[in-house]
Design a protein around this ligand. Structure first.
Ligand SMILES: Nc1ncnc2c1ncn2[C@@H]1O[C@H](COP(=O)(O)OP(=O)(O)OP(=O)(O)O)[C@@H](O)[C@H]1O
Length: 261
């Protein structure tokens, strides 16, 4: 783990409960996330990790509880408000435009930052052209950073899965988020791809200064890169702390021994 300047609490999850009919997906979950930290949420299948992420980014509205982001408390936010406030996410099932090139996919992450009107953009004249050049420069920087220069013009659908995940990360980074939510960024990857992704997550945290909330069901993968870890099981929080403490927590061991992971 890199020893960096972890700051104040930026995101505070307070007593969140979420039900789907008779299913308690989340029960009274509270935890906080500090600036610059890599905060992981782990747990076996069906533990509630995706539900938690979807509450943070406004896809689900919990029946109880609230979320405080940079001092502002919300019971409900929609996904656009969340993105505008500086929370970006990647997706477990990639949400990329498969027929579009790598560079154009990452450019879609800049949409919210485009200031000039549609007509000027379409004509690519004056300020609109200069603005587009600035966005393209930033996107090229991300492409270099993620080491996908050789693929910048390739349609995303033609890339191996591990590289597609990297493009998805690039699209989220293009939003210059304060908080980056990563939804199982290593799922479906081979060992080498997982190692690469771990390295990129650490570098994003370090070089872009992003605070990262990472969900993952493979406990081993995240322990080395996380500053603190929350463990969910059947929608309840059963562990919370630094990786070493969580690894030795008897409830966590029991939850993981009770599953195939
Ligand atoms: N939209 C939904 N409608 C009904 N039930 C849901 C919905 N989303 C999640 N659930 C239920 O909520 C519980 C938590 O699911 P969730 O997907 O959040 O778990 P998870 O930890 O992300 O699992 P996985 O690792 O398999 O992705 C499960 O029992 C699931 O079936």
């Amino acid at each position: 783990m890199n020893h960096k300047k972890i700051g104040d609490v930026v995101l505070d999850v307070n007593h969140i409960s979420l039900r789907f009919g008779g299913v308690n997906a989340l029960t009274d979950i509270s935890f906080d996330v500090r600036e610059h930290e890599i905060r992981s949420i782990i747990g076996p299948n069906g533990a509630g990790k995706s539900s938690m992420l979807n509450c943070i980014n406004g896809v689900y509205t919990p029946q109880e509880g609230s979320i405080t982001f940079r001092g502002q408390t919300f019971k409900h936010m929609n996904s656009r408000q969340v993105a505008e406030m500086g929370i970006a996410r990647t997706f477990q099932n990639l949400a990329l435009f498969k027929g579009m090139s790598v560079i154009d996919n990452i450019m879609t992450g800049r949409n919210m930052k485009v200031k000039s009107g549609l007509l000027l953009q379409a004509l690519r004249i004056g300020p609109a052209q200069r603005e587009e050049e600035r966005h393209r420069e930033f996107v090229e920087h991300i492409i270099d950073f993620l080491e996908i220069q050789a693929h910048r013009k390739t349609p995303v659908g033609q890339l191996p899965y591990g590289l597609q995940k990297r493009v998805d990360l690039g699209r989220a980074l293009a939003m210059e988020p304060q908080v980056l939510l990563l939804d199982e960024p290593m799922a479906g990857m081979n060992v080498e791809e997982k190692q690469d992704m771990c390295r990129f997550i650490l570098d994003v945290n370090d070089e872009f200064g992003s605070t990262i909330v990472l969900i993952e069901h493979d406990m081993g993968v995240v322990m080395d890169i996380s500053d603190r870890v929350v463990v969910l099981d059947y929608g309840k929080k059963i562990g919370d702390g630094e990786p070493e403490a969580v690894r030795n927590n008897k409830d966590v061991i029991a939850a993981y021994l009770g599953t195939s992971h």
